[in-house]
Design a protein. Structure first.
Length: 219
């Protein structure tokens, strides 16, 4: 019973929102997520073809070596360009699960906003860190993280929004361990994405506090 109660406290509100959305509207509840999965699969197929690799790189591959204006132009597609050296099914599963839950729990607009905040944070971190000498110059040629920074950022934001504190802390801990075990650019961009999303959470909390009337004030 204690385990069940703890699970209900941790995931109950989020579970209810996701279940209600899927029961009432089924797959129509997550059109953005399904579009993102299809787009990622299409870009993965294209970039593995001789005719498509250059095109995908030109429209969605972001590197710190790119001019900032070009990186920003490619950012809308960059979260949906999976890494060439990783199995695509992992990226598709991440998008389907995390984007799907976020779309149901936050709505499409907020989901996209948080996803792009996380993606931009990772991209900008790479530029700043290389310029400051915290990362080797060779990292400037490494392609951005693809879907993973957006996925991590969304996971943290959803956990904060629905008070799933243990799950959110676990996501952060796993990303820290990832950087310790394998200190590559992708892991550090994940931490930058988490930091940016936590700042958004703090800003939203502060704004809510300002709008909430003081119960001790005279009416």
């Amino acid at each position: 019973m204690r385990v069940r109660d703890a699970a209900r406290k941790e995931w109950g509100p989020l579970h209810d929102v996701v279940r209600d959305g899927l029961v009432t509207r089924r797959w129509r509840a997550v059109p953005m997520t399904l579009a993102a999965v299809c787009l990622t699969a299409a870009l993965q197929y294209a970039q593995n073809q001789p005719w498509g690799y250059g095109f995908v790189q030109d429209v969605g591959a972001v590197r710190a070596a790119d001019p900032l204006w070009l990186a920003l132009l490619r950012t809308p597609l960059s979260p949906f360009v999976p890494a060439l050296d990783l199995p695509v099914w992992g990226a598709l599963a991440q998008i389907l699960l995390v984007f799907g839950v976020a779309e149901l729990a936050l709505g499409r607009r907020r989901t996209l906003c948080v996803a792009y905040v996380a993606t931009l944070a990772g991209t900008l971190y790479a530029r700043v860190a290389i310029a400051a000498g915290w990362l080797p110059g060779s990292d400037a040629q490494v392609v951005d993280t693809g879907p993973s920074a957006a996925v991590v950022g969304l996971a943290v934001f959803v956990c904060w929004r629905y008070r799933a504190w243990f799950t959110g802390a676990l996501v952060v801990l796993v990303m820290v361990v990832e950087v310790v075990v394998k200190p590559n650019l992708a892991g550090k961009e994940h931490l930058a994405a988490i930091g940016a999303v936590l700042m958004v959470c703090a800003g939203v909390s502060a704004a809510r506090g300002i709008r909430r009337p003081d119960p001790g004030s005279a009416g």
